[in-house]
Every structure is written in C-alpha cells, then in structure tokens.
Design a protein around this ligand. Structure first.
Ligand code: SF4
Length: 198
C-alpha cells in the first residue's frame, strides 16, 4: 500500500540488525512543527501513514502527532514500535505494530510484556528473527503469552543478511507456526537505500 513514512529520530535500543542507524540519535534529521508535518502528510494523499523511528514513542510529541493524524480522518494511521515504551496512550484508531525483541536482537530485556494487554485485533505483533534460536524462542513466547489467542496477526520477518527467507519459510511450514512471513519490501524494491519519493 502506498505509504507516507514519518521517521522520528532517537532510539535508546541498539538492535544488532538495525537498518535505521541514521535515525538513532535524537538530533538526527530536521525539526518539524506538528502542523507542518501533518499538512505534509495530507498533501501526499497516500492511503497509509506509518510513524516509525528510531523508536517513535521515545519522543513525547509522538502521541499528539498520532492524535493529529487520526483527526485527518483520511489515511490509515500505523505506529511501529519496539515495545520498549508503554503503548497505553496510543489513540484507539491507530494500528500498532508491536515489535517483540528476540534474544539475538540483543535487546530482549527491553520488552514490556504489559503492552500485550493493549493489543487490539487490528494491530500486529512482529518478530524479526536472526537465527534458529530466535525462531524457537518465538514459538515458546507465542505459547507462553497465548499470542495466537489475541486475534492480532503475528508477523515474522528474517533480519536482513542474517537469516534466509527460504529457510525461515521452511521452519514456519514444518512447525505449523501461527505466523505470517513478511519480507522487507523496500529493501527488495529499492536496494540502493531509502529515498524520498514524494
Ligand atoms: S528499536 Fe528499531 S530503530 Fe531502535 S535500534 Fe532496534 S531496530 Fe533500530
């Protein structure tokens, strides 16, 4: 789906596969006034706006931004978060993609399991996997937290350059894992890197 991507700067995590290193510093990018940012999203007229990072919830203005985007009553508003911050204040209309950090990401200690209580059926739970160890941990985590009973789809994605998509697909099929395989489409379409295609 064509998407306006709003990448907020700053993240306290350091996942080993991070592909947003240019956004990890809170001083990265350029400052935007809230009204100007919302107007720019509106100008692009795309059916989806994704607020990501860095870790978007690390910025206090993220919640007012989400509220303003929802108030447009136009694009679907999606938030991608590491789950290292509380999601309780995220507006109901926002579709949350909650990224659960695995052991081989190096940041599993950051998972705030209490966030699972706020996941809605239209949200998504996501695992980015680096290894077979991560895959087995994911299966155990789905069982432990009854994630397949939450109604939100569970997405699984291979960390770019760490795990082959074909191998992961085999594991998913053999284990009958209740997950959907997802690839990083922008890396396949535009391997030269992120670009602004306004
Ligand atoms: S949470 Fe996201 S932005 Fe932050 S280090 Fe991990 S992958 Fe990178």
């Amino acid at each position: 789906m064509p998407c306006t991507l709003v990448r907020l700067a700053g993240c306290p995590l350091r996942c080993r596969y991070c592909d947003a290193e240019h956004a990890l510093s809170p001083r990265a990018g350029k400052p935007w006034a809230l009204d100007a940012l919302v107007a720019e999203v509106q100008r692009r007229k795309r059916p989806l706006v994704l607020v990501t990072g860095g870790e978007p919830l690390a910025q206090r203005a993220c919640i007012p931004l989400l509220q303003a985007l929802v108030a447009l009553q136009g694009p679907i508003v999606q938030l991608e978060t590491s789950g290292a911050y509380p999601i309780a204040e995220v507006p109901e209309a926002v579709r949350i993609v909650l990224d659960i950090k695995t052991p081989d990401s190096g940041e599993a200690a950051r998972n705030r399991w209490e966030n699972l209580a706020h996941i809605k059926p239209k949200d998504e739970i996501k695992f980015v996997l680096c290894s077979r160890r991560d895959f087995d941990w994911m299966l155990a985590t789905i069982a432990k937290h009854r994630l397949d009973a939450l109604s939100a789809p569970i997405l699984v994605s291979p960390a770019w350059g760490e795990l082959s998509p074909g191998e992961l697909a085999e594991w998913v099929l053999r284990a009958r894992a209740p997950v959907r395989l997802q690839l990083q489409m922008h890396k396949i379409l535009w391997p030269e890197g992120e670009e602004d295609r306004a």
